[in-house]
Design a protein around this ligand. Structure first.
Ligand code: ADP
Ligand code: MG
Ligand code: MG
Length: 252
């Protein structure tokens, strides 16, 4: 699915990613954890092709393609979806219009027929139930005036509609109360399948009580310093990140 080799990247001339290696196979859920500023969002942004990040070395293979050669919209069409840490607001564009346009663009690319308004509404109504969103949501402008929890649920709604091959969630848990967290986690769990992979980026382990990862990686200072199973997340919860920092410094 995804193979990252010695990936290095800069932001505003500053080296942030300093050699990332990571392999994600179909159906796997990988959690990326790490302290603030360690480069988690940079990794997500590089994979999505956001232009503020400059790749300075390494390679990324995605579904047998050179991911770094693809434009951001080509990556999206190839089934890579990044749920934004700070979702954009699009005043004047209704959520339903936005979602339908996004889905139909994808379907067209896949050679599937576009859905008309009636077909789309039937589909989206079913998905709304899974994220416990009211139908009135659809008529509001994209993310405008949405609460934190509503924005996150909207991300999961997008994900449920677009059915990505690789979904990247960047701090989808930040600012969520426990009920919203469970709805988001249920949404993600409902989308887990042998063909779909997830990269779940989170500072805290709380989300991983509900979305149980197959692998946990700790990103520190632009490098993955430790990988393990879900028990690594529990260890971090207990001890914080300090002990790893100390170990890495001694080992360096
Ligand atoms: P994390 O998501 O792990 O908190 P980030 O990837 O957001 O970390 O940031 C890593 C480092 O890159 C930080 O030192 C941050 O200040 C810097 N950085 C991130 N984005 C930008 C940007 N657009 N301009 C300048 N520096 C940035
Ligand atoms: Mg941060
Ligand atoms: Mg971040």
């Amino acid at each position: 699915m995804l193979e990252i080799t010695n990936l290095q990247a800069r932001v505003e001339g500053k080296a942030i990613l300093k050699g990332i290696d990571l392999t994600v196979r179909p159906g796997e859920v990988h959690a990326i954890m790490g302290p603030n500023g360690s480069g988690k969002s940079t990794l997500a942004g590089v994979l999505a092709g956001r232009e503020e990040y400059e790749v300075t070395g390494g390679a990324v293979r995605y579904l047998d393609q050179d991911l770094l050669e693809l434009a951001p919209e080509e990556r999206a069409r190839a089934g890579l979806l990044l749920a934004f840490q700070y979702p954009v607001e699009i005043p004047g564009v209704s959520n339903v219009y936005f979602l339908k346009a996004a889905l139909n663009a994808l379907r067209k690319h896949r050679g599937e027929g576009e859905l008309d308004a009636v077909e789309f509404l039937a589909l989206v109504r079913g998905k709304l139930k899974t994220v416990q969103m009211a139908e009135s949501f659809l008529r509001r402008s994209v993310n405008e005036g949405f609460s934190g929890g509503e924005k996150k649920r909207n991300e999961i709604l997008q994900m449920a509609l677009l059915e990505p091959c690789l979904a990247i969630l960047d701090e989808t848990d930040s600012g969520l109360d426990i009920d919203a967290l469970k709805i988001v986690a249920d949404g993600v769990n409902g989308l887990r399948s042998p063909e779909r992979s997830f990269l779940v980026i989170t500072h805290y382990q709380r989300l991983l009580d509900y979305i149980v990862p197959d692998f946990v990686h700790v990103l520190m200072n632009g490098r993955i310093v430790r990988s393990g199973g879900r028990e690594l997340a529990l260890e971090l919860e207990e001890k914080g990140y300090g002990w790893l920092e100390a170990e890495v410094t001694v080992g360096a």
